[in-house]
Design a binder for this molecule. Structure first.
Ligand SMILES: NC(=O)c1ccc[n+]([C@@H]2O[C@H](COP(=O)([O-])OP(=O)(O)OC[C@H]3O[C@@H](n4cnc5c(N)ncnc54)[C@H](O)[C@@H]3O)[C@@H](O)[C@H]2O)c1
Ligand SMILES: C[C@@H](O)[C@H](N)C(=O)O
Length: 343
């Protein structure tokens, strides 16, 4: 099977690898669509993300969907021909975090495309059936692949307890910020304010239904939120840029008693917060890491047309042109590129 392997930064090789056979609890999936995530691009450019270093050739891609072609002997829930989305993190199921139900916090999770675990830029993937979700007829495999970033958005909104009538501020209008906006709307938020520093990203967020967009390179965020909320502040702020000034600004834009959810991964780990602001204003500040139990919800929302994920896709490329696709994905005005394997 054709497989794109990152051999060193900026270098993919297309290799012919043997097609895996599914283990007793696995399904073999013919991959159809894989999204290019910012983390894939980061590994491509730098060969590492923090402590995760690409020491051996690595297959990237963790936003994937396809069609089941074979199932292991213990699998009865899925059969060849089913179109499916793959949840990329498989936890150990035995540790304290898994047993508490926080399987996304498992320290032994095998997460696709996080070294040393291979991902989905390949024609076939054998994956534990428990982490494979059937797609309804009206949900495409492109949407199935994008259940992954949508899951990040759903989990962030759950962490922020976003509810009916809320005003949500989303900082950063990349794919994650846009998926947070979709999930917040679906959770009942009536007002969504979106920030960025790239005008094209803001126009796009506006076209997708943001009630107010703020270019924080040109406008004061605090003043814009004050004006929009009559001086109250946002009920929930979801930080989805990872930019240090944006992270700092979250506690100035949230209302007293409100919630800040930090999703964006800062390059700089030490971001100063005035803890007295957090205490006096009784703020809840939550981290949000990946997701748990979101795939059924994501698929349900897509089936009901309650969210739009396909609209964020700027381009689709073939596996043979993965290098060109990654170079295109590095353009700051591009939101989402996909590798499509065709039917
Ligand atoms: N916590 C998690 O589980 C998790 C999961 C996925 C991604 N992430 C992180 O979330 C962040 C967003 O991911 P993405 O794929 O959308 O990234 P992205 O780089 O595509 O988008 C980030 C956006 O933030 C904008 N931005 C830059 N500086 C800004 C500022 N000062 N204020 C507002 N916006 C600003 C950029 O122009 C860009 O549009 C990244 O840091 C990523 O690493 C975290
Ligand atoms: C959650 C996922 O989208 C993210 N890129 C990660 O590796 O954690």
């Amino acid at each position: 099977m054709k497989t794109a392997v990152l051999t060193e930064p900026h270098e993919f090789e297309i290799e012919d690898r043997p097609r895996p056979s599914p283990g007793p609890d696995d399904v073999l999936v013919a991959v159809r669509d894989v999204g290019i995530c910012g983390s894939d691009v980061h590994y491509y450019e730098h060969g590492r993300i923090g402590d995760y270093v690409v020491e051996n050739p690595l297959v990237l891609g963790h936003e994937s969907a396809g069609e089941v072609v074979d199932v292991g002997e213990n699998v009865s829930r899925l059969e060849p021909g089913d179109r499916v989305a793959l949840e990329p993190g498989v936890p150990c199921r035995r540790c304290a975090h898994c047993k508490r139900g926080d399987y996304h916090l498992c320290e032994d999770v095998e997460f696709m495309a996080t070294p040393p675990h291979d991902g989905a830029f390949t024609e076939y993937v054998s994956w534990p059936a428990d982490y494979v979700y059937e797609l309804p007829e009206n949900v495409s495999t492109t949407e199935g692949a994008l259940c992954e970033p949508l899951s990040v958005g759903i989990h962030a909104c759950r962490r922020g307890d976003v509810g009916t009538g809320d005003t949500v501020l989303v900082t950063g209008a990349g794919p994650i910020g846009l998926m947070v906006m979709e999930a917040a709307r679906a959770a009942g938020a009536t007002d969504v304010i979106v920030t960025d520093v790239v005008e094209e990203k803001l126009s796009f967020a506006g076209e997708r239904g943001a009630d107010r967009v703020v270019n924080v390179a040109e406008e004061s965020l605090e003043a814009a939120v004050d004006e929009y909320t009559d001086g109250v502040g946002a009920d929930v702020v979801v930080e989805a840029s990872g930019a240090e000034p944006s992270i700092r600004s979250t506690i100035d834009a949230v209302r007293r008693g409100g919630t800040v959810v930090l999703v964006g991964l800062a390059d700089e780990a030490n971001v100063p917060f005035d803890v007295l602001d957090i205490i006096d204003n009784e703020l809840d500040v939550h981290g949000s890491f990946r997701y748990k139990n979101t795939y059924d919800a994501a698929i349900g929302l897509l089936e009901d047309d309650a969210v739009d994920v396909e609209g964020i896709v700027d381009f689709e490329s073939s596996l043979d042109d993965i290098d060109g696709a990654f170079r295109r994905a590095m353009d700051p005005s591009v939101v989402k590129g996909m590798i499509s394997f065709g039917e």
